[in-house]
Design a binder for this molecule. Structure first.
Ligand code: HGY
Ligand code: MN
Ligand code: MN
Length: 417
């Protein structure tokens, strides 16, 4: 095998150009990106990504959930490729970097190796995972979770959005339902570059986050059933008001999570009043809960306590409160060898770095269940993400991509250059 060229660097301007060129697909007035999975804007960026992969000499494959694989041949094609990538879908009020940086940095790694005439020993596979965000279709990271064997393809293809459209129908509507079975394309490792989406790296002036673990996540669908009645004629003590009940439930969840803090967070991100009317007491409300902790015992304790709190509120207010778990992802421990490869790469390149736990879920957290996986973080401005103000610097994005390049070369090996 050939020695890794320590001075090899990605083309910073080309990466930055790709990030800002693709940000036009779903661009919002506030400078963010709204590119819900499997919608028209997602198709635009997928087509762009496919063309860029093919122009870089990659063989593009699409699986039955629309995940895109760009295969770069290596000297030994008998070896399962080293995977690198992330996602191109965004939140409704998303930014230019969440997911996009990791996917385009993977493309930039390939472009850099092409320019340098480097052939890796092990093939590479750059990946755009379908529906990482979980905003339009639940759960989040659904395609990588299916790849990891947590769901069947049929189950996920039948999941519906708020308009009743299934994942399968949405895939067909943009022409990205591939023939390849999900999980058929084996990988020997997976590396994902991502913005931290939190404040630690920026606060400590660190360029690279060497991600060695990820928080566990529980998602619930909640439903409160009270009784619709006249806003003017119903005396307060007789009301079974679903919205006042929800107000208590939201604060009770916040109280439980803070009591189990600091390593626990909880969010009610969606609320829907059935048949809202300003002069009808709400009788039916649907809502969602997102609970996270790096500690399984804390996850279980929060689960137990929020259900107990809901039960007490339901009895006192004479309503029904259902809290149904729809997704549970245990905390992730990333592969030690790969994490070390990331840390060594950032050190060789002279980037300040620190070990860090991911507060966000990522496709790499699912991959970690089936192949050695690791992540690289770079700072984002004020730690803000899932917000149109999400921002990062060209220097940090390039540092992350260089770290990805050298970690991938350390894992895949160089056959010739
Ligand atoms: O929810 C998450 O953690 C990811 O950003 N979708
Ligand atoms: Mn993401
Ligand atoms: Mn996200």
């Amino acid at each position: 095998m050939t020695e890794k060229p320590s001075n090899l660097q990605i083309d910073s301007g080309r990466l930055w150009g790709a990030i800002h060129e693709t940000a036009k697909f779903g661009a919002t007035a506030k400078g963010g990106v709204r590119r819900l999975t499997l919608g028209p804007e997602d198709k635009q960026v997928r087509d762009w990504f496919r063309n860029a992969c093919e122009a870089a000499g990659l063989e593009v494959h699409v699986d039955a959930l629309g995940t895109m694989y760009g295969l770069r041949k290596g000297r030994d094609m008998s070896k399962a490729p080293v995977g690198l990538g992330s996602h191109l879908d965004t939140q409704p009020t998303g930014g230019k970097y969440d997911g996009i940086l990791g996917t385009l940095a993977a493309l930039e790694v390939v472009r850099t190796l092409n320019d340098a005439g480097i052939e890796t020993e092990t093939p590479l596979c750059i990946i755009n995972w379908t529906n990482e965000e979980g905003s339009r279709f639940a759960p989040a990271m659904m395609a990588s979770a299916t790849y990891a064997g947590d769901y069947t393809t049929e189950d996920i293809q039948s999941r519906k959005d708020a308009a009743g459209i299934t994942v399968g129908e949405a895939l067909d509507s943009i022409g990205y339902r591939g023939a390849e079975p999900v999980g058929a394309r084996k990988l020997s490792a997976f590396l994902e570059l991502h913005i931290e989406q939190g404040p630690l790296l920026e606060a400590e002036g660190k360029t690279i986050g060497v991600v060695d673990r990820g928080q566990g996540i529980i998602w619930y669908d909640g439903r409160i059933t009270g009784f619709e009645s006249h806003a003017g004629t119903t005396p307060m003590p007789l009301r079974r008001d679903a919205l006042s009940t929800l107000a208590e439930v939201v604060l009770a969840i916040e109280k439980v999570v803070i009591a189990h803090g600091p390593n626990a967070v909880g969010t009610i991100g969606e609320v829907n009043i059935a048949n809202p009317s300003r002069n009808v007491i709400p009788g039916e409300i649907a809502f969602t809960i997102d609970i996270r902790s790096p500690d399984v015992a804390i996850m279980d304790a929060v689960d137990r306590d929020i259900k107990a709190a809901a039960k007490e509120i339901a009895q006192r207010r004479r309503v029904d409160i259902a809290i149904d778990q729809i997704w549970r992802k245990p905390p992730t421990i990333f592969d030690k060898k790969l994490v070390d490869a990331v840390e060594n790469a950032s050190r060789e390149l002279g980037y300040s770095n620190r070990r860090i736990t991911s507060g966000a879920g990522h496709d790499a957290c699912n991959l970690a269940g089936v192949v050695p996986s690791a992540m690289i973080f770079v700072p984002c401005k004020d730690g803000v993400s899932h917000n149109e103000l999400e921002d990062a610097t060209q220097a940090d994005c390039s540092a992350g991509a260089n770290t990805l390049l050298h970690a991938v070369l350390a894992v895949a090996g160089i056959a010739s250059k």
